[in-house]
Write a protein that binds this ligand. Structure first.
Ligand code: SAM
Length: 223
């Protein structure tokens, strides 16, 4: 069995009962950073486990070794550093191949926190339909994508790192300058001690003072 397990995006209390049970019962945990997952197990008071690292760039050899363990009957849990595996995080290739070779094992999901879902829910914007963009491209296609936001009829949500937040917000104001009333919600450090949710508009964005620390999700209202 391969169990895809979501873990908290900040607040440990958001771990689910099924996630606790799975992380306790499994034979080994496939994770991004063994130090991060080791610490999570410790903080949740869970027993130490064998930790198998799997990065986005992990090669076929590594994935094949994990598949072999599954075929031999091991119960493996797949986690990322925080939130839901495969959502802008490693895991997709493993899940994809594991599903295709499902005659020897099963794949199950233990759903839970994800930063973009928390941001959408907290945004107060209509979210019956939304466009999730992960991280914006750094170069190729970036300006075209930003320009396309002027036509987007769904709520847009994407991730941004602390290193690029200022530049991205500046570019956003530029791209949406003809739509000053478009809603922008900046979610910082969701579920953590210094959580901040700023609800603003394109017109007001340039004058807001943003704490440039931590992790960010940006939500933009539809046209
Ligand atoms: N798989 C994760 C998920 O399900 O949310 C996302 C992983 S992605 C590599 C990491 C990005 O998610 C961060 O750079 C940030 O944009 C966003 N993020 C993660 N935790 C967050 C939090 N507590 N508050 C705001 N944004 C967060």
């Amino acid at each position: 069995m391969l169990s895809i397990v979501s873990t908290p995006i900040g607040n440990l209390g958001d771990i689910t009962l099924r996630a606790l049970e799975t992380l306790k019962e499994c034979d080994a945990i496939v994770c991004e950073d063994t130090r991060v997952t080791g610490k999570l197990l410790q903080m949740l008071d869970l027993p130490k486990k064998e930790l198998i690292s799997l990065h986005g760039y992990s090669d076929t050899k590594k994935i094949n070794a994990i598949l072999k363990r599954l075929a031999e009957g091991a119960h493996l849990a797949l986690v990322s550093d925080a939130g839901t595996p495969c959502i802008s995080d490693p895991g997709y290739q493993l899940v994809s191949v594991a599903l295709r070779q499902g005659d020897t094992h099963q794949v199950e999901v233990i759903p839970g926190p994800s930063a973009f879902l928390a941001a959408l829910s907290a945004s107060g914007l209509p979210i019956n339909q939304f466009l999730y963009l992960g991280f914006l491209p750094l170069k190729k296609g970036r300006q075209t994508l930003l320009a396309s936001f002027t036509e987007e009829k769904r709520t847009i949500v994407f991730y941004e790192s602390v290193h690029r937040i200022e530049k991205t917000l500046r570019e956003l104001v530029g791209a949406l300058r003809d739509q000053p009333n478009r809603d922008i919600v900046i979610c910082r450090e969701l579920t953590k001690m210094h959580e901040e949710i700023l609800r603003t508009t394109v017109a007001e964005l340039a004058s807001i003072s943003l704490t440039q620390k931590g992790e960010f999700v940006i939500v933009i209202g539809a046209v």
